[in-house]
Design a protein around this ligand. Structure first.
Ligand code: CAO
Length: 553
C-alpha cells in the first residue's frame, strides 16, 4: 500500500476554475478515470478524473474552491500490488464484441479487458474506416462542445449520441450516423463545431458478421459520467411530491451518482433539484434538461401547502382545546383562487412599486360627468379612468403587457389590451376580463365593470369571461386602505393595486395645497420587469391620471 496525491491533470484552457460538484467522499473506493470533481469556467463545465484507483483517505478540495492544473484533489491509498486493470469492481461488464475486438489498452479502465473467451471473429468480416461528421443541425453554427459522450475504443450504434453542443439558446446531442468502433476522437470539450465538422474516425463493419454487438455495449457515458451501473428503468418510479426543495441541501452522494451530464447537473443545482429524485428518459435512463424541467413543473403543480417547497407541513392543532370554534369549509372559488395565488406567489419573484396620483381634476370631471349621466342611469367610478390610463401606459411600456412562455425563455408580447378586474364576491375573489379596452369609451368601460361585477356576485360568470387577460387591476378604493401588495395574476407579469384616495397637503413650490391623492401599488414579475421600469410605469400612470387630457394624446 502507498499513499498518493491525486492532482488536477492538464485540463487545457481551464485555469483557476471553480469546483461546482465534489463527486466522491472520504472512504470511497474509486477506479482510475472515475470523476472526482466537476469544474466550471465561464464557458463550459467538465469532470476531472482520477489518475489512479484506490481508497480516498482525505479530500483536499471542496465546493467553490478554484483549482488549476497541479492542484491536489485528494490523498489516495493505492494498492501497489493491484493493477488498474483488475481492480475494477464498479466497471460495467464489457460486451462480447468488445472482447473480440480489443487488442490494445485504452486509458479508460472499464475498457481494459484482456480475456479472450469471446467467439472467434468471422474471417469473412470486412471493415472500413469512416469519418463521422456533424449532420445538418439547423441554426446551430460554431457551437461549443460541452460534453464528449464516447471514448476511443467504444462500440457504438447509429443514433447513439456522440457529443453535446451548446449555443447561447439551447444544447443538443449530436448522434452518430453509423455503427462501429470509435478509433480516434477528433473533438474535445471546448472545441467549436458546425455542420460537416469531423467528430471521430470509426471502424465500420461493411459485411460478413453483423454490425451490431452481440450484447448491449458498455455505456459510452463512462467518458463523462462515473456511474452508469443502475439505469433509471431499474429504479422505482420517483415522484416529485415533497422532493423539490430549492432551499434544502441536496443529497450530494445521491446527486453525484445520478446519471446526467455536467450541464444538466449544473442546471439541476441552479433549480435546487436533487437529481437522485429525477427519472431520466434519455438513452439508458440518462437524465436530460427536459427531465429536470418536467420534475420542477410536476412539483409546482403538486397540491398541498408548503410541502412542495420542502418546508415542514403545518402541524395539526386542535383549536377547540383553547376555546369555542366553528369549522366552515372553503368555497370552490376560495380553493381555486387559493391554489392559483399560491402558485403565483411562490413562482413569480414579486416586487411592489408604490406611487400616488393627484386625481383632484380627474375627480372634478368625473363628478361633473356623473351628474350629467345620472338621468341615463350611468355611473362612472374612478376605476374606468384608471383602466384607460393603464392602457395608455401599457402601450408605452409593452413588457408589462406580456407573458413568459412555458419554457421561461421567451417573452410573448401582446398587441391587444384585455384588462382583468378583481371583483369581491361573497364566495371569494373572481377576475372577469374587459376586452379590447383601448377601443372602448369611458362609459362603455364603466358599464362593463358594473355588468361583470353583478354577474360575478350572481355567480353567472362563464369561464370565458375570465380568460384572455393581459394585466389585472385590483381596486380596493371603494373599501379603504392606504396601500397593499397585490399578487401578480400569472402568467400576466404585472398587477395594479388601487387604494382609497384621500385629501393630502401637496407642496406646489410655494405653498401646501389640499389635493386628492390616489395611492397606487404595482406588483410585477422581476424576471421580466426591472425596478427602473416599474418606477417609470407608475410615474407615467400617475401623470396620466393627474392630467387626463394626456390620455387623448
Ligand atoms: N378612492 C376613493 N373612492 C373610490 C375609489 C378610490 N380609489 N374607487 C372607488 N371609489 C368609490 C366610488 O366612486 C364609489 O363611490 P360613490 O358611490 O360615492 O360614487 C364607491 O367607492 C364604491 O365603488 P365600487 O367599489 O362599487 O366601484 P368600483 O368601480 O370602484 O369597483 C369593483 C368595482 C367590482 C372592482 C369593486 O366593487 C370590487 O369588488 N373591489 C374589490 C376588489 C378586490 O377584492 N380586490 C382584492 C384583490 S386581492 O385580494
Amino acid at each position: 500500500m502507498s499513499i498518493k496525491e491525486i492532482v488536477v491533470p492538464d485540463i487545457g484552457d481551464f485555469d483557476a476554475v471553480e469546483v461546482i460538484e465534489v463527486l466522491v467522499a472520504e472512504g470511497d473506493t474509486i477506479q482510475a478515470e472515475d470523476s472526482i470533481v466537476t469544474v466550471e469556467s465561464d464557458k463550459a463545465s467538465m469532470e476531472i478524473p482520477s489518475s489512479a484507483s484506490g481508497k480516498i483517505l482525505k479530500l483536499k478540495v471542496g465546493m467553490g474552491d478554484n483549482i488549476s492544473e497541479g492542484t491536489v484533489l485528494l490523498m489516495l491509498e493505492v494498492d501497489d500490488s493491484e493493477s488498474t486493470e483488475t481492480s475494477s469492481d464498479k466497471a460495467p461488464a464489457t460486451s462480447a464484441t468488445e472482447k473480440q475486438t480489443e487488442t490494445t489498452k485504452t486509458d479508460a479502465p472499464v475498457k481494459q479487458e484482456t480475456t479472450t473467451d469471446a467467439p472467434a471473429t468471422d474471417s469473412s468480416s470486412k471493415t472500413s474506416i469512416e469519418e463521422i461528421i456533424v449532420p445538418d443541425i439547423g441554426d446551430f453554427d460554431e457551437v461549443e462542445v460541452i460534453e464528449v459522450l464516447v471514448a476511443e475504443g467504444d462500440i457504438i450504434e447509429a443514433e447513439d449520441s456522440l457529443i453535446t453542443v451548446e449555443s447561447d439558446k439551447a444544447s443538443m446531442e449530436i448522434p452518430s450516423s453509423a455503427s462501429g468502433k470509435v478509433l480516434k476522437l477528433k473533438v474535445k470539450i471546448g472545441d467549436k463545431v458546425s455542420e460537416g465538422s469531423v467528430l471521430l474516425m470509426m471502424e465500420v463493419n461493411t459485411g460478413g458478421i453483423a454490425d451490431k454487438p452481440a450484447e448491449e455495449p458498455t455505456p459510452k457515458e463512462d467518458a463523462v459520467k462515473l456511474n452508469v451501473s443502475a439505469p433509471a428503468e431499474a429504479k422505482p418510479s420517483k415522484s416529485p411530491v415533497n422532493k423539490l426543495s430549492p432551499t434544502v441541501h441536496l443529497d450530494e452522494k445521491r446527486f453525484s451518482k445520478a446519471y446526467a451530464s455536467p450541464s444538466v447537473r449544473k442546471f439541476a443545482r441552479e433549480l435546487g433539484v436533487d437529481l437522485g429524485e429525477v427519472d431520466g428518459t434519455s438513452r439508458k435512463g440518462r437524465i436530460n434538461k427536459d427531465d429536470v424541467k418536467g420534475f420542477v413543473k410536476k412539483a409546482l403543480n403538486t397540491k398541498g401547502s408548503g410541502s412542495s417547497l420542502g418546508v415542514a407541513p403545518m402541524p395539526e392543532i386542535d383549536f377547540s382545546k383553547f376555546g369555542e370554534i366553528e369549522t366552515q369549509s372553503l368555497s370552490k372559488i376560495n380553493k381555486l383562487t387559493g391554489e392559483f395565488l399560491h402558485r403565483s406567489w411562490v413562482t413569480v419573484p414579486h416586487v411592489t412599486q408604490f406611487d400616488e396620483a393627484d386625481i383632484t381634476e380627474m375627480e372634478a370631471f368625473r363628478k361633473q360627468m356623473g351628474k350629467e349621466m345620472e338621468k341615463d342611469g350611468i355611473k362612472i367610478t374612478p376605476l374606468a379612468f384608471i383602466i384607460r390610463a393603464v392602457v395608455t401606459t401599457l402601450k408605452l411600456y409593452p413588457r408589462f403587457n406580456s407573458s413568459l412562455d412555458s419554457t421561461g425563455e421567451n417573452l410573448i408580447l401582446k398587441k391587444y389590451f384585455n384588462i382583468g378586474v378583481a371583483v369581491d364576491t361573497p364566495d371569494g375573489l373572481v377576475v372577469p376580463v374587459i376586452r379590447e379596452v383601448d377601443q372602448k369609451s369611458l362609459v362603455e368601460i364603466s358599464q362593463e365593470i358594473r355588468e361583470y361585477a353583478q354577474k360575478a356576485r350572481d355567480k353567472k360568470l362563464k369561464p370565458s369571461d375570465m380568460q384572455g387577460g393581459c394585466f389585472t387591476i385590483s381596486s380596493l378604493g371603494g373599501i379603504g386602505g392606504t396601500k397593499f401588495t397585490p399578487i401578480v395574476n400569472a402568467p400576466e407579469v404585472a398587477v395594479l393595486g388601487v387604494s382609497k384616495s384621500s385629501i393630502q397637503p401637496l407642496w406646489d413650490g410655494s405653498e401646501f395645497k389640499p389635493r386628492l391623492m390616489l395611492p397606487l401599488s404595482l406588483s410585477y414579475d422581476h424576471r421580466v420587469i426591472d425596478g427602473a421600469d416599474g418606477a417609470r410605469f407608475t410615474s407615467h400612470l400617475s401623470k396620466m391620471l393627474s392630467d387626463i387630457r394626456r390620455m387623448m394624446v
